[in-house]
Design a protein around this ligand. Structure first.
Ligand code: PMT
Length: 400
């Protein structure tokens, strides 16, 4: 493992596993990482700051208002310095305070002030880990993109056995390396993502659309940006904030989405949008009046944006999505071949399936010419990270 030159800010909170913090610092430094340590007051009951200073080679910070320390690297500079904030051990109390967004000590303040990824290595009694409040807090942190390293199951300091043990220092170093390497997976790659629904106007106040919330596509854009890509997100009308570091282009109709995609060069295209296949032949200039007992709408095909991208002379690596209510693999593989794609991510959107449209969770089956993979039902943001990892592996091994 090589973490040469990486800056790791290690937060140590007050649990018995804090005694492993010096070994963790040593292992991190062995990989070439530079480590700065911040403790909570409770941590100092379990591990001496002097030990952590000796192994890290830097003074240990514990106070938010420390004039001497602030005169050197102030807390904002420390938050900016970090490539990764790792809190190990992370107690139930710390997880609660982090999830509440508190900034009443140095460590929580740094977590709010940093743009670096944050990872926590929980360590606590199994009952505390399984308590409803902790489950809720961990869920919130996961939703906000905080990475969870562990906990492991096993014998605990309190004599009980179950989940809640902190991962061992070497395991934590492997997790850090995986996370930091992931942030370089798509470095220098231009990624274009489509997301959300399109709206096809019937008249000035009505349209044809679908139930796409944009969540899946926004999560994919976020994960690609976290993997180091330069990401452009062309989005239909959705109510979601733009992921950090992503350039967003808002559109309404399929024709507008096609034009926005056409205008953008990319190395990797991921079409998650639920593009309307048809649009009214002509949108009525005035609101359609309720007069006849029946109304017939005449529709015409929209351009297939995904197939258009795959047919470009200098085509990007092209990934499509398939939303299927039956025969998932057959229909997905048909789209893979017919649209000339490198890969397709299929989701079951039948009424019996969990996930799909307008849900916080999803599951995907991925198909490519000579392979397939399955990503189980999970939060769309976590799913997107796994999907982007798979896509980047295939992108890197493509024939050029
Ligand atoms: O937005 P969410 O609520 O999070 O829901 C996510 C999702 C269910 C919308 C998403 O996971 C998904 O499945 N997106 C694709 C939906 C879709 O329209 O599937 P399709 O099988 O009809 O289209 C196949 C592919 O062709 C898709 O990549 C689509 O973007 C693309 N397409 C389709 C028609 C068209 N005119 N142009 C296209 O580019």
């Amino acid at each position: 493992m090589n973490l040469q030159g990486k800056h790791i800010l290690l937060g140590v909170t007050g649990g018995i596993a804090a005694y492993k913090a010096p070994a963790l610092v040593r292992e991190l430094r062995r990989t070439g990482a530079e480590v700065r340590v911040v403790t909570t007051p409770a941590a100092q009951a379990f591990v001496a700051p002097l030990s952590l200073q000796a192994v890290s080679g830097h003074p240990v910070r514990g106070e938010l208002f420390d004039p001497a320390a602030e005169a050197g690297m102030d807390h904002i500079a420390l938050a900016r310095w970090a490539d990764l904030v790792l809190v190990a051990p992370a107690t139930a109390n710390f997880l609660a305070r982090l999830s509440a967004g508190l900034a009443d000590d140095l460590l929580t303040t740094l977590c709010l002030a940093t743009a670096a990824p944050i990872a926590v290595a929980p360590a606590m009694n199994r009952q505390m880990w399984q308590a409803a409040a902790t489950v809720h807090n961990v869920g919130l942190l996961r939703e906000r993109g905080v990475h969870l390293f562990g906990p492991a199951e096993g014998e605990q300091a309190c004599g009980e056995t179950g989940p809640g043990r902190m991962l061992e220092p070497l395991e934590l170093v492997t997790c850090c390396a995986g996370l930091l390497m992931a942030s370089e997976r798509l470095a220098g790659v231009r990624v274009l993502v489509t997301a959300g629904p399109t709206r096809e106007a019937l008249d000035p106040v009505r349209y044809i659309s679908n139930r796409s919330s944009g969540r899946m596509g926004f999560a994919v854009a976020e994960a690609a940006a976290a993997a180091g890509a330069a990401v452009t997100l062309v989005s239909g009308p959705v109510d979601l904030p733009t992921p950090p570091g992503v350039q967003r282009v808002d559109v309404v109709s399929a024709a507008e989405m096609a034009a926005a995609v056409e205008a953008c060069d990319c190395d990797l295209f991921i079409g998650t949008a639920a593009v309307a296949d048809y649009r009214p032949v002509a949108a009525a200039p005035e609101k359609i009046k309720k007069s006849a007992a029946r109304l017939t709408l005449e529709l015409e095909r929209n351009p297939d944006i995904l197939a258009g991208v795959a047919a470009r002379p200098a085509r990007p690596f092209t990934v499509g999505f398939a939303a299927e209510t039956e025969q998932l693999e057959t229909h997905a593989r048909d789209k893979l071949a017919r649209k000339g794609l490198d890969m397709i991510a299929a989701n079951d959107v039948s009424p019996r399936a969990e996930g799909g449209f307008d849900s916080a969770v999803n599951a995907l089956r991925l198909f490519w010419a000579d392979g397939e993979a399955t990503l189980p039902l999970q939060d769309k943001r976590q799913l997107a990270h796994e999907l982007v990892q798979l896509i980047s592996d295939r992108y890197r091994s493509r024939p050029v």
